[in-house]
Design a protein around this ligand. Structure first.
Ligand SMILES: *Cc1c(COP(=O)(O)O)cnc(C)c1O
Length: 296
């Protein structure tokens, strides 16, 4: 049903600082699996969509900001698979390219303000929405949690399926951007310790990612690296210059909230000698390119 996801291309990522350090990197292009339902969010929505279908739910509800990749993927998936969708948004009504897409995909939008959005962790948060949308399936912010991680095992399968074409018998480690840690946890679970997973934190270190991941998969099989550069969605000139130079050289499009920061954090680690010559890494392009219309 939703399980026949198109496969993501895996191709060499060519950048001068990788070559200099003798580190080989392949990039798994989750941004290319679908023109609308992009990136890791597609994998994270697998289980919620299955649950909604099995329960005969008329629709799905979730929450996010006005550039949210998660709401964008949910709205697109809802339209494609015949579910209604509702989005609960942070802050006050704003007109962004993402918001216009959500509306075009038929998502019902509700603006919660900032205080209203902060209440999302309260026990009773969902009750009025469940009353308003009876029988709808509610998804945590960002598709986080146990239901989100299950579909991420397919990311590992897709990468393995691409190794032969690269001429790689195996690889040493993963590198990817982390928001809630759900995608990383999915990789850790699928790997069962076979290859370590390195997560570059797109959010500040006090956002509880380490606790989220530990609750999902325990404390081994992965490493978290600081990468947010002053806060989630903080963008600085050095980052934008790095992204522009990387895009020119590698011909891979990046955005500044996740993939650009993750790649910059990888460069720092590579230049610090963290990976021995001959190391083979898989960098997961987690998508999110729709969001950059808001700031690039
Ligand atoms: C949501 C998102 C992430 C973070 O995924 P988590 O599973 O929440 O850690 C990384 N990259 C992009 C592009 C995203 O949209």
């Amino acid at each position: 049903m939703f399980a026949d996801l198109p496969s993501a291309p895996l191709h060499p990522l060519r950048l001068p600082w990788l070559a200099q350090a003798g580190v080989e990197c392949a990039i798994l292009r989750l941004d290319l699996i679908d023109p609308l339902i992009s990136g890791n969010k597609w994998f994270k929505l697998q289980r919620p969509l299955q649950r909604a279908r099995q329960a005969g739910s008329p629709g799905l509800i979730s929450l996010g900001g006005n550039h949210s990749n998660h709401l964008h993927a949910l709205a697109a998936a809802g339209r494609r698979f015949g579910f209604a969708t509702a989005g609960l948004l942070r802050g006050h009504r704003q007109d962004t390219p993402t918001v216009r897409d959500l509306e075009a995909f038929g998502m019902q939008l509700h603006w919660l303000g900032y205080a209203g959005y902060r209440a999302r962790h309260h026990q009773d948060f969902w009750r009025p929405w469940q009353a308003r949308y009876p029988g709808w399936h509610c998804i945590a912010e960002g598709g986080a949690g146990e239901d989100g991680l299950v579909g991420c095992a397919q990311i590992v399968e897709q990468a393995r399926a691409g190794l032969g074409a690269l001429g790689w018998a195996d690889y040493h480690a993963w590198w990817l951007a982390v928001g809630t840690g759900t995608t990383l946890a999915g990789l850790v679970q699928a790997e069962q310790g076979a290859h370590p997973v390195h997560g570059a934190l797109a959010v500040p270190e006090d956002h509880g990612v380490a606790q989220n991941v530990a609750a999902l998969v325990g404390v081994s099989g992965y490493h978290l690296h600081a990468a947010c550069r002053g806060g989630f969605a903080r963008i600085d000139e050095a980052l934008l210059d790095f992204i522009a130079a990387s895009e020119r050289y590698s011909e891979v499009p990046l955005e500044a909230l996740y993939t650009g920061k993750a790649l910059l954090a990888l460069r720092e680690q590579v230049e610090a000698g963290r990976f021995a010559r001959g190391t083979r890494l898989i960098f997961v392009h987690t998508g999110g390119l729709q969001g950059r219309r808001g700031y690039l």
